[in-house]
Design a protein around this ligand. Structure first.
Ligand SMILES: *Cc1c(COP(=O)(O)O)cnc(C)c1O
Ligand SMILES: [Zn+2]
Length: 464
């Protein structure tokens, strides 16, 4: 290979390589996933992570303003003049002591990485700016995704903000939250609602994209994951370039954990980071393929040869028993995670673990996150619920420094939030009861008062 940037099959024993402008996103030899690969010595990688701080002073340059592209030396696949940015990645790492106490770690040791601050309200924008940039490099006119909501919202925003491409989104007929659907419609995406769930939509979008030559922006796209690596760079930066003990992230299609793992492997390879964090992936109990396979069936990366049979057998069993993913955390309501092998590699490299949490645990944790200052959607709170569980089981220690990724903004799914806090038992039952949520332990109920000044004053004095 003479190019300094190329695509490469993730399985070392295959090792097939492709040019950077290929858009099939599958290994032509073995069908496996692809990485964006770099011949680092030819690409002038940074010598110290601290060098990135100098870019703060040059925020008039959109590439330095972007929380993704100011790290461009660590994802050097695009010529700077081709980069499409809408100011993504302006996110914060916030210390949250009330959440620390809920999780069971010492004060000052728990941090929330708030990706809800992105332009479309979720971490997906980190990946979309990278995929979108690649789409422009290859001259795409149309871009498509299957989505539980946030990928489509992000794609719709990028298409409408730049006017460069037509967004085509596939959603299942069931659950997409209004916050996310609203964005797809408002930003003018062609929205195709198919009769099926996310896993069906995912299969179809791949077939359709191949047939019509439409650029695919799901996380099977390795360029998207390049952008998502930067979430970890920002976490490290906020911690003055010292890795935490744990990074806890919700697992859906497992793109994030795969990107995080790649980021840390590369930083190690480049000699930029001495100590790595451990990664913890949290599934919803109603969509727990990764937990079942990694946590219970001991599926491992095995140097690039994970046991394919056990994965296929598991999916056959899901089909035979007609098991569908089902959780209030719609963003991770996925039973066939497309990045499964990459996620295995990430956990192998970072001493990772997988756990699962119930919808009850997710909503309780979400209420604690909200009361602690940052609003998130249900899927995001799985990270906090999972950290608490890992702490209870002694896997995370009380003195460990823990970063939980809040993947999406609270306003993405107001229905779940209002149902949890509502005084109306019927609403609670209708929205949450079917998901096995029985209690709202941390509910902040509205106070009912007659329309009478004295009564109103009395109620305020009583409750405040
Ligand atoms: C997409 C999404 C996830 C799942 O991330 P994966 O990379 O697919 O595992 C989790 N939370 C939110 C809010 C999301 O939008
Ligand atoms: Zn291959």
């Amino acid at each position: 290979m003479t190019e300094a940037v190329f695509q490469r099959c993730i399985h070392p024993h295959c090792g097939a390589t492709l040019g950077v402008d290929e858009t099939t996103f599958a290994c032509p030899r073995c069908g496996g996933l692809l990485d964006v690969a770099y011949d680092w010595p030819r690409l002038h990688p940074p010598r110290m992570l601290r060098d990135f701080e100098s870019k703060w002073a040059d925020r008039h340059n959109p590439l330095n303003f972007s929380g993704v592209w100011r790290f461009r030396e660590l994802l050097p696949f695009a010529p700077p003049e081709q980069v499409l940015t809408i100011g993504e990645g302006q996110t914060i790492l916030q210390k949250a002591d009330s959440v620390a106490s809920y999780v069971g770690v010492q004060p000052g040791k728990l941090f929330l990485q708030y990706e809800g601050l992105n332009p479309s309200g979720s971490f997906k924008d980190n990946g979309m700016t990278a995929a979108f940039t690649h789409a422009r490099m290859v001259g795409a006119r149309r871009a498509a995704c299957a989505s539980t909501g946030n990928t489509s919202a992000s794609l719709a925003v990028f298409c409408s903000a730049t006017g460069l491409m037509r967004a085509i989104i596939f959603i299942g007929s069931g659950k997409i939250s209004y916050g996310k659907l609203a964005q797809a419609l408002d930003h003018g995406a062609l929205t195709v609602q198919i009769a099926g769930d996310f896993d069906d939509a995912m299969q179809r979008v791949q077939q359709v994209s191949r047939r019509l030559g439409i650029y695919l922006v799901n996380s099977i796209n390795p360029f998207r994951l390049e952008g998502q690596k930067t979430v970890m760079y920002r976490v490290l930066e906020a911690l003055r370039w010292e890795a935490p003990d744990w990074v806890v992230v919700p697992g859906g299609n497992l793109g994030n954990v795969s990107a995080f793992g790649k980021a840390f492997m590369e930083l190690t390879e480049l000699g930029l980071l001495q100590r790595l964090p451990r990664l913890a992936v949290i599934n919803a109990a109603g969509a727990n393929t990764f937990f079942k396979l990694f946590g219970q069936a001991n599926l491992r990366w095995e140097g690039g040869k994970p046991d394919k049979r056990s994965i296929e057998d598991y999916y056959c069993k899901l089909d035979a028993e007609k098991i569908r993913a089902s959780t209030i955390a719609s963003a991770i309501e996925i039973n066939r995670p497309v990045n499964l092998p990459k996620a295995l590699r990430a956990l192998d490299g970072c001493g990772g673990v997988v756990h699962e949490v119930s919808d009850q645990e997710i909503l309780d944790a979400k209420a604690k996150v909200g009361a602690g200052g940052l609003g998130c959607e249900p899927a995001s709170a799985a990270s906090v619920a999972g950290a608490r569980k890992l702490r209870q089981e002694g896997i995370i220690a009380a003195e460990d420094r823990v970063v939980c990724i809040l993947t999406g903004h609270a306003l993405k799914d107001p229905t779940a939030t209002v149902a949890y806090h509502t005084t109306d038992q019927k609403t609670f039952e209708e929205v949450l009861g079917t998901r096995g949520v029985r209690r709202a332990t941390y509910a902040n109920r509205a106070v009912q008062v007659p329309n009478d000044l004295d009564e109103i004053i009395k109620a305020i004095e009583l409750y405040s």
